[in-house]
Design a protein around this ligand. Sequence first.
Ligand code: UTP
Length: 481
Amino acid sequence: MPTASTTDRLSQARETLGSVGQGHVLSFVDQLDEAATERLLSEVEAIDWNRLAKLIESHVKHKPEFKLPESIEPVPTYPSTPTAELKDKYKKSRELGEQLIREGKVAAFTVAGGQGTRLGWPGPKGAYPATPIRKLPLFACMAEYLRKVEKKYGTACRWYIMTSPANDADTRAFFKDHGYLGLAPDQVVFFPQGMLPAIDTTTGKVLMASQSGLALSPNGHGGSLQALYASGAIDDMKQRGIEQISYTQVDNPLVKVIDPVFIGLHAMDNCGMSSKMLPKAFPKEKLGNFCLVDGRVTVIEYSDLPDELTEQRLDNGQLRFNAGSIAIHMMRVDFVESLNTAPGGFALPYHRAEKKVTCLDTTTGKLIEPQSPNAVKLETFVFDALPLCERSIVYETQREEEFAPIKNATGVDSPETSAQLQTQRAAKWLERCGVAVPRDEQGDPQAVIEISQLKAIEPDDLSGNGASLPASIEAGTEVLL
Ligand code: UTP
């Protein structure tokens, strides 16, 4: 028998769902036990149904049309290697970044709430074995990075990790089972992001995963900006004197989790949120384009930028819009706070993705495995917050230094390509220190090389240890340093 409060909640849920045409969500509620009813009610109550109804109208029943802004300009960027005029600024930026790290004013933040569907790995993506020799999980790559930062700068950076309700318990268990990857347990803070139900593309009805559960999925990495605040992470940062957040994704084992020069440039220019970019390899490379729209840094998706702009080249042959977004950002804590405390709040635009979602047929109670996309998932993207801040810089990084994403199980951006890129960076760093690395005709290293980030997070960390490096690497071997 439902308790009195459950009865009240149920009738409230019936009324709310009925008013937005989603009454089918409670089709099986009379057959559920107390625990299942409670689960379903909690899911229903976590959703703003009126807002969702508007979104269904605008993004499912209709496809929002992308309106190209009237004035789009390329964004000015800080080059990866400073020009003569910038040398002094970069030196001072590094010093400032290092000082902020030492003073404990910088936190690492990893978004790890995604479903990793393309990779098809059953656990949290951060537990995926990523490095070429040790098969170190992605989370462990980042933990090694942070341990090295602590060794270099004498301060442990706090690490905030955004999970989703779907992988939160597994992520926490992974850290616990692996001794917090050598970090202090209280250095790592987990919090889950929000979820939204998938919507049936033809009917606009929310889909159910079971009789007692909605077909929920995480609300996009843009959800991090609300989750940081709602979870209390921003308050926690303020209490600890943390001023800057270094935002990275979980799926790039080469990412500089904390980068003093980037931190320094962003802080020196007094920015709310800043970004790293890669020069695009070709016009339609699947990276968002950094542009200037009405003077504000804005990312326009590669598919939304018309060909005549994507193909435009400068006199030197370089693409005019060449700044590709790789989801690495700095954010000031008070910028994230100000978004959340603004009168009327803040809203990032929703993006729709058509997906295959296994769901319950609420008339028969049977599960349907669709053969083609049947649902719309709605997500917000973190880079859509860039135009909300007055000051924002874009800093170029080098592909071979910092970009080896693991997205797909095979082919492009797969574990295989990522491992090759990791070896290539290691080879380059060793050569800089005078180690002879055998290369084939294409210039690829003829050995598999892995450098632990406990040893080096930048090439100069290796040169200090010159004596412990081999004079050369033998072709066909595996070398772990
Ligand atoms: P992707 O957009 O590559 O998505 O996420 P994904 O979930 O990892 O993989 P697919 O698309 O299902 O195959 C980029 C980063 O953003 C995080 C991911 O965990 C990853 O670090 N992310 C994505 C979230 O934290 N929450 C989300 O809702 C979506």
